[in-house]
Design a binder for this molecule. Structure first.
Ligand code: DMJ
Length: 618
């Protein structure tokens, strides 16, 4: 019998393992002694354990499972005329209270670092770090060191200073200057800023943000910035380019922006440029039906529909009228106005409307509505309604056909799309699809309170104003019920008695693109009612843009998740309408000067560019 140590040595070699781990052989031996069933069970247990750990570490999966489990019961109480379309996808519950108070941030809402579990983002060599009130792009990846501005972390430090017009105006100006700084430093002359990557995106390659911002700078009295931008328009802006542009987007942002700036400044440069782009857009109307194509090449003068269809969007073909009509008035060339009037006249006569409500698509060959049966005040139809009223106002309230179509559409909306939520009874505008009602409301629909109020101000029925007030409250709730105090792109309202909260938000709808519609309506509501709550609501929204979308090196960014104040997940894009519309409406709302662009003298296009109401011909 040999000595005991020899036995140990032998056992290591028999196990066939390396010599570095003396415990292994005995574990392995125990494992081998287990039956096949025992081994399978153990492996299964390990796998389960791994899955549980993963679910806890990965917020999207974890949240998805939780929220899906909280899905409200499907339809118990259908509205009178239509079957309620059940919400088919998982939704996130909203904050239950309807207090109107700004949401409280969590105490630990301090910062989000690159590489942490809440969602990291790294572009190039930069770390993107959110530090309470700004998204900081200036730290490197390993830069987890604490910064000096800890006092601003995770606090609602900016409460509305009541009745302080000067402070409010300064706050909007500061926001604009910060947005402009980002654009100037990293995207000058390009279409849109990517504030996190300190670069830009091109859409039409026409300096979209710069043109969209011109009149905002003029209105805010930012002369230096305006002059710099004007110099770029004079020396760099050319429309003689082989690029495809979208007729609607280039009309409302570029043509509208140039016409508005011409009207405000009287500078011929802007009218010349407006005439140039307006003329280059005209080939879009050369279609069999005279309903324009969606896209035009402004260099070659050829127009075409999208690759996959010969349809155009109703909102797009019916929301270019204010601009082309104004171009005709200023140039005394009737061709522009005639082209857009033809579209309105044709839509007026078309079958397929539901009590004044229009479908979302129209065919450029046949001139008829296509994909009929869906009615919404949101995307693809929204500004059709807005422009019926605004053309009527622009033209001195003489074009009765426009008024009739508008009034009929409001009645149609009240009859088919208006509902109340549960438990709080918020009035909202849903959608109808082939007879089924869906309690879905886009943030885009929040233009409606302002438009209804504008109509009432111009002599339309007083109940339009009542409805405007109720819808304004709803749009406000779409902000205050979110953890960031910023609205998502789309909400779904609960209509079932016993619901715990009024608003649900699907995962895919949690983004905020810095859109203007709610602050736009707040501006109208305040002008017409003088109720200061509307200004306070607007100021809160501004603060929340500052808290969750401001990028330290300049600019603001769209975000992916309005429900996560710890990491709203920046998208790295500043839309031109943030400067053209959102900040302009905030400035007008907070200025409290009814003579600054009086609503009895100006009508705003759908991109917030003010155009004059035409002098009466009488
Ligand atoms: C803008 O371009 C216009 O307001 C348009 O009518 C809708 N979409 C954006 C803003 O949300």
């Amino acid at each position: 019998m040999g000595p005991p140590y020899r036995q140990d040595y032998v056992s290591v070699n028999v196990a066939g393992e390396g010599s570095g781990d003396r415990r292994r052989p005995s574990c392995w031996r125990r494992w081998k002694q287990l039956s096949r069933l025992q081994r399978s069970l153990l492996l299964l247990l390990l796998l389960l354990l791994l899955l549980i750990i993963l679910a806890h570490c990965s917020p999207p999966v974890h949240e998805y499972l939780t929220v899906f489990a909280e899905e409200p019961p499907v339809d118990e109480m259908a509205p009178l005329e239509h079957v309620v379309h059940a919400v088919p996808e998982p939704v996130e519950p909203a904050r239950p209270a309807l207090t109107g108070q700004p949401p409280q941030k969590k105490d630990n809402a301090s910062e989000v670092m690159v590489g942490d579990r809440l969602g990291s983002d790294k572009r190039g060599d930069e770390a993107i770090r959110r530090r309470g009130t700004v998204i900081d792009t200036d730290q490197d990846v390993g830069g987890a060191r604490e910064e000096e501005n800890q006092d601003s972390v995770g606090t609602q430090k900016d409460k509305p200073p009541r009745n302080s017009d000067a402070a409010w105006l300064e706050a909007v100006q500061e926001a604009f200057k910060h947005a402009w700084k980002g654009y100037k430093d990293f995207a000058w002359g390009h279409d849109e800023l990517r504030p996190l990557s300190k670069s830009y995106t091109e859409w039409f390659s026409l300096g979209l943000t710069l043109i969209d911002s011109l009149d905002t700078m003029w209105i805010m009295g930012l002369k230096e910035e305006f002059e710099e931008a004007k110099a770029w328009v004079a020396s760099e802006l050319t429309f003689n380019k082989n690029v495809d542009v979208n007729l609607f987007e280039s009309t409302i942002r570029i043509l509208g922006g140039l016409l508005s700036t011409y009207n405000l400044t009287g500078d011929q440069l802007f009218l010349d440029k407006a005439k140039d782009i307006g003329t280059r857009l005209m080939p879009a109307f050369n279609t069999p039906s005279k309903i324009p194509y969606s896209d035009v090449n402004i260099g070659t003068g050829t127009a075409h529909p999208p690759r996959w269809t010969s349809d155009s969007t109703v909102a797009e073909v019916a929301s270019i009228q204010l601009e082309f009509r104004e171009l005709s008035r200023l140039t005394e060339d009737p061709r522009y106005q005639a082209a857009v009037a033809e579209v309105v006249t044709q839509i007026h006569k078309l079958d397929g409307k539901l009590d004044g409500l229009v479908p979302m698509f129209i065919n450029t060959n046949s001139g008829r509505f296509s994909h009929q049966g869906t009615y919404t005040l949101g995307a693809r139809a929204d500004s059709y309604y807005e422009y019926l009223l605004k053309q009527w106002i622009q033209g001195g309230k003489e074009e009765n056909q426009l008024l009739e179509d508008y009034l009929q559409a409001v009645e149609g909306m009240k009859r088919h799309l208006l509902q109340k939520s549960s438990p709080s009874g918020l009035t909202f505008v849903g959608e109808l699809s082939h007879g089924e009602f869906s309690p879905k409301m886009d943030h885009l629909v929040c233009f409606l309170p302002g438009t209804l109020a504008l109509g009432a101000h111009n002599g339309l029925p007083a109940d339009h104003m009542d409805l405007a007030q109720r819808l304004m409250e709803t749009c406000h709730q779409m902000y205050v019920q979110m953890e960031t105090g910023l609205s998502p792109e789309i909400v779904h309202f609960n209509m079932y008695q016993g619901s715990a909260q009024d608003v649900n938000v699907k995962f895919a709808d949690r983004h905020n693109l810095l859109r203007p519609e709610t602050v736009e309506s707040l501006f109208y509501m305040y002008r017409f009612t003088k109720d200061h709550k509307y200004r306070e609501w607007g100021y809160e929204i501004l603060q929340n843009f500052n808290n969750y979308t401001k990028v330290s090196s300049g600019g603001y960014t769209s975000i992916n998740n309005v429900r996560d104040p710890d990491y709203p997940s920046p998208r790295d894009k500043m839309e031109s309408f943030f400067l053209g519309e959102t900040l302009k409406y905030l400035y007008l709302l907070l200025s409290d000067d009814p003579h600054l662009l009086s609503l009895d003298q100006y009508v705003f296009n759908t991109e917030a560019h003010p155009l004059p109401i035409w002098p009466s011909s009488a």
